[in-house]
Design a protein around this ligand. Sequence first.
Ligand SMILES: O=C([O-])CC(=O)C(=O)O
Ligand SMILES: [Mg+2]
Length: 553
Amino acid sequence: MHWLNIVHLAQRRPSSPSYANVPPLDAHPAPSRPAHGLEPPALANPGVHYQRCLAQLRSKDKAIERNIYLQQLKHADEHMFYKLVVENMAELTPLIYTPTVGDACLQFSANYRRPEGMFISIKDKGKIGQVLRNWPRREDARISVVTDGSRILGLGDLGVNGMPISIGKLSLYVAGAGIRPASTLPICLDLGTNNTKFLEDPLYLGLRQKRVSDKEMDEFMDEFMREMRATFPKLLIQFEDFSTDHAFHYLDRFRHQYPLFNDDIQGTGAVVLSGFLNAAQLSSEASGRPLSDHRILFLGSGSAGVGVGMQLMSFFTLVAGLSPEEARSRIYYIDSQGLITADRPGLAEHKKFFARTDCPPLKDLVDIIGYVKPTALLGLSTIKNAFTRDVIEAMTALNERPIVFPLSNPVALSECEFGDAVSWSGGRVIFASGSPFAPVTYGGQEHVAGQGNNMYVFPGLGLGAILARVSSITDSMVEAASLALAHSLTPDERAAGLIYPRLERIREISVGIAAGVVREAQKRGVDGHKALRAMSEPELRTWVEGKMWSPMI
Ligand SMILES: O=C([O-])CC(=O)C(=O)O
Ligand SMILES: [Mg+2]
């Protein structure tokens, strides 16, 4: 049976008018133009100017130059910037987000042009509230992406150079879910950096000191969160790219007190669960083996790796009908020392849950594949090309359609190139990567890579949470976002063998995710906007669509 029938999602799908036909419920102000005479007369034709901007963008050779052009355009003409992004999602997302945002972070101090977002440093401890009140659009703030720069993508500790990740994610909230630009607040916390190269770089824009102790960071974070609430009472917070132990620690510490989620743990988990549901279905259809037969092997056990494993537990419990204990037994982890077993001395706390008591401490990936016999191999290791030809061949020998997800970001750290995975598996691989890969032709057929990136989930999750005015984000809301995404594939996309919908439909998908999140918030009683409870499904979707901001060009 298809997993869709198993979780009865079909009944939850409302029929609603298409996004394009729904007039906005709220009046959004039109962009203001300079007074007459202060710009060339032909600029009054926005369609021509749109083509001019697109041509200027495409005239740049390097991705980082395109990124810089787009950042400049965002400041000069926000509506035009978002118009370009919304209408050219597949082309522009890799420029404003992963993988190019990785270079934008690495070069932030060198390429810096103008202030954007807020920088709160350890030196502000004791007066964080005073600093936050300097934000000019306090009343409007609804969503903040907060990083401490300590683990940016797979690039490690970049200190204050992590700011572009907060900026990039928030641009996707606007483009992908219609959050108003004025409601977004990028924040980079500066608690020092252990990146010696940056500490020695005269251009480095952050504090010239090593990271503070955990105790000092706890005190700082407690004050920061308290003051965030006092200054921005309607704000949802997304924690981004904190180092693994801090990512888990601060999610646990604050998630019941504040509306917040961690994108690397929960957003990545949700997006991979979603793709996995569709991939497992395709794989089981090819092999004739039941969904409950799947076994998942992870390379990498950081915040994203373990977050994904936690979320994939619900694949086995919800869809394959296993108990939580059986579900856990289907998931295996490898870290730098090999298969993670419970008897290993000094095992990190977050690795204990999935540590095996029934396996030898094997080290070599191909040996481990031979022992575990996984149906799926997931990479969150940031080890470039870790999935070698031998690895893909071993997966293909075991499975009619092996599931291979090299999820590390940016693309230069991917465990496997798409073209290699396709050819080494003889075209049989079911593939999703964290960063985008271009389609490849193999055996006379075009193969399209899925992109298992959290950008499919966080905009819609945030939109739903903001509109429902939630007091906290429950695990079940993250799961609802994941199921709504998995469910959003059109018959056409399913027929093409896709496991994620086409990115061009992101706004429509975000509506479905937001509506699912609102409903789940209501079930859990964490919704503040109680009037939404009375709406039918089509009414809720139409209302959500009407709340979305669109560029006015
Ligand atoms: O930003 C991305 O592309 C995905 C992500 O959260 C990460 O890799 O940390
Ligand atoms: Mg991240």
